[in-house]
Design a protein around this ligand. Structure first.
Ligand SMILES: Nc1ncnc2c1ncn2[C@@H]1O[C@H](COP(=O)(O)OP(=O)(O)OP(=O)(O)O)[C@@H](O)[C@H]1O
Ligand SMILES: [Mg+2]
Length: 268
């Protein structure tokens, strides 16, 4: 991981957002288009969160994860990905079963890599999934944003005891403050798959579901061949979900075969 030498400054930066003491920009660095996060806040807790995110991003290495190009205490530099977020894609209308299964497949390949490295993402939602070239295909999925993640390798769990996250996509146990259970990510992938197929997430009253006040779920979308695995991934009890990202991925590939769909490829 190269440090940022002075002779490689950032050029042509364009601010995209500024939130929580972090500025996101598009720019050019070392001759390539980049996405840059810069820590602006001098609050020690914000600096710690930023460092934590950088440590986790630096520890990952998978085609389905946007790689970290360079890092310094207040800056993270990633390659700029041309395409769209899964949020933008779903807002344009539900995906076909084939497209939704492709996206889930690519996402699960990346998630399996995280889990193998002891990392739980904890913020899987359509805004944090990029589709390179705008393609709803397994090999175009790129996972981003480790700002909420948990790593077994990092002694300090900076998010311990918090309920940060997005209610629609958050597993019930995560809402109760459980951190580092990989099955929480499998729940979120289940919600993402539901969202891709239906155009909306399963529970209109997400907080009601998370707190156990309601079980009222929208009708299961997509072909019935997917419903068993979709229901399992969405289990309130983590023990009812597939045992691993690979197991969920295999079950979806099996369902795809039953539907006569051939998924793009089996990326490692
Ligand atoms: N490498 C990239 N190339 C192009 N766009 C990107 C890239 N990384 C992130 N983005 C865009 O920037 C948005 C925010 O990025 P990210 O999720 O990493 O930041 P964040 O700290 O979570 O901010 P937010 O509060 O918006 O979620 C993404 O949803 C995506 O639209
Ligand atoms: Mg994000």
């Amino acid at each position: 991981m190269p440090d940022l030498p002075d002779f490689q400054p950032l050029f042509q930066t364009r601010v995209l957002a500024q939130r929580g003491g972090v500025r996101s920009e598009a720019g050019e660095w070392g001759g390539q288009a980049v996405f840059v996060k810069t820590l602006l806040s001098d609050d020690p807790a914000a600096a710690q969160r930023f460092e934590h995110e950088g440590e986790i991003a630096a520890a990952l290495d998978h085609p389905g994860v946007v790689p970290l190009l360079a890092r310094r205490p207040a800056q993270l530099i990633f390659p700029w990905l041309e395409g769209q977020t899964l949020r933008e894609r779903v807002e344009a209308g539900p995906l076909s079963a084939a497209e939704a299964l492709e996206v889930a497949d690519g996402l699960l390949a990346a998630v399996a890599h995280l889990h193998a490295r002891g990392v739980t993402h904890h913020d899987l939602k359509p805004e944090n999934v990029l589709l390179e070239g705008g393609q709803a295909r397994s090999g175009s999925v790129r996972l981003i944003d480790f700002g909420m993640s948990h790593s077994r390798a990092l002694a300090l769990d900076i998010h311990g005891g918090t309920r940060m996250g997005t209610p629609h996509f958050m597993a019930p146990e995560q809402f109760r403050g459980v951190r580092g259970d990989p099955r929480s990510d499998l729940y979120s992938v289940g919600v993402l798959l539901f969202d891709c197929l239906a155009g909306h997430p399963p529970y209109a009253d997400a907080l009601g579901w998370l707190t156990g006040l309601t079980d009222e779920r929208a009708p299961l979308p997509g072909p019935p061949e997917l419903h068993g695995v979709l229901c399992a991934a969405l289990s309130r009890d983590p023990a009812g979900r597939p045992a691993s990202a690979q197991a969920l991925r295999s079950a979806l590939r099996e369902a795809a075969r039953a539907l006569g769909l051939e998924l793009e490829r089996a990326c490692p």
